[in-house]
Design a protein. Structure first.
Length: 343
């Protein structure tokens, strides 16, 4: 008989899998999504995010799956708020792995085993879909979504620190419940930035994130996302998360050679740019060309600064989390129960 150790067959078979389905105007597809969820799942949470179509009542009246639990938000919180409500309920009910699937029919429930496999094997804390693996399938994606995802993916790499992941807005995800329990759920963005903000929060925990290949699937529905709008909105949030991540990882928790490279590189680059701009302005005002020495004094710090910053980025890319954390995390719920009994 296999011992119950992380990654063993007995361990994998003992884990409880739950699915969270955020529900907002998805009555046309949600029943089909539920029907497609396999027997490996022990509980299904449909979260009615104050849906004007009464998604929660609709599911209760038309679905007889015994695994079903309907949750209702008292106000519309957005997809992130709905998912986090499902996370909290699943964690409280003793789930080990929590999968998030949208209720609009764009995510194939039969792919669920692929998403939970790296977590069950102890290889990942969080998995997410990536629609860019199969180049032949990328043609199914609308051009504006393709462009928007490419830009957002690059910004996400910088702000989250997960340089090996792509397709950050993909909402097909799975997470180990212990990892989810340590997330600051009251601080995570509740709306369109939710999936991206999750990656930033996971990096602050040093969680391992793995991409799962999947095909793009789009129906006749129109997206509520306007690429031009969210790129501008997301830019500010990415800058905020990038600054926080760098401060947390390279100055608050630890200081390494990379921290010094970043400080020196930024100082040299700024000095070179400012000195060069002032010198150019003075030369234009006087009508005399800037001396060669002045040009070199501006160019050299810029070149050195770029080299230091590139060295820092190389270190940052090389230090993407590789060791899953969920096996080392204390059981928060167990600690809470012990504390409650002591009182």
């Amino acid at each position: 008989m296999d011992s119950i150790v992380p990654g063993s067959l007995a361990y994998q078979q003992s884990l409880k899998i739950s699915v969270v389905i955020p529900s907002f105007r998805v009555t046309a597809h949600v029943l089909t999504v539920i029907e497609g969820i396999g027997p490996e799942v022990s509980r299904i949470y449909v979260v009615d995010d104050y849906c004007p179509d009464g998604s929660g009542i609709f599911v209760e009246q038309n679905c007889i799956d015994e695994r079903l639990v309907v949750l209702r938000n008292k106000r519309n919180l957005g997809v992130g708020g709905a998912v986090l409500a499902g996370y909290k309920a699943a964690i409280a009910d003793g789930a080990d792995v929590i999968v998030k699937i949208d209720g609009d029919g764009q995510m194939d429930p039969s792919l669920l085993p692929r998403f939970i496999a790296p977590i069950l094997k102890g290889e990942a804390d969080y998995t997410k879909g990536n629609r860019f693996y199969d180049l032949a399938q990328i043609g199914n994606m609308p051009p504006m979504r393709l462009f928007g995802n490419a830009v957002l993916s690059f910004m996400t790499k910088l702000s989250s620190g997960y340089w090996s992941v792509f397709d950050p807005t993909n909402g097909y995800t799975a997470i180990h419940a212990k990892t989810a329990a340590y997330l600051p759920m009251d601080k995570i963005d509740n709306r369109y930035f939710f999936e991206t903000d999750m990656l930033f929060r996971l990096n602050t925990l040093r969680a391992v994130v793995v991409d799962i290949p999947m095909n793009a699937a789009y129906g006749d529905e129109k997206s509520n996302l306007r690429i031009s709008k969210i790129l501008v909105e997301f830019l500010g949030k990415h800058i905020r998360n990038f600054a926080k991540r760098i401060f947390y990882n390279y100055f608050l928790r630890d200081m390494t050679l990379a921290s010094i490279e970043l400080l020196v590189g930024t100082a040299l680059l700024n000095f070179g740019l400012i000195y060069g701009a002032v010198s150019w302005f003075n030369a234009e005002a006087s009508g005399m060309p800037a001396p060669l020495g002045v040009i070199m004094l501006a160019a050299l710090p810029i070149l050195l600064g770029i080299q230091f910053i590139l060295a820092f980025l190389g270190f940052d890319i090389a230090t993407v989390p590789k060791r899953p954390i969920h096996n080392d995390l204390p059981d928060i719920l167990g600690k809470h129960e012990d504390t409650k009994h002591e009182k």
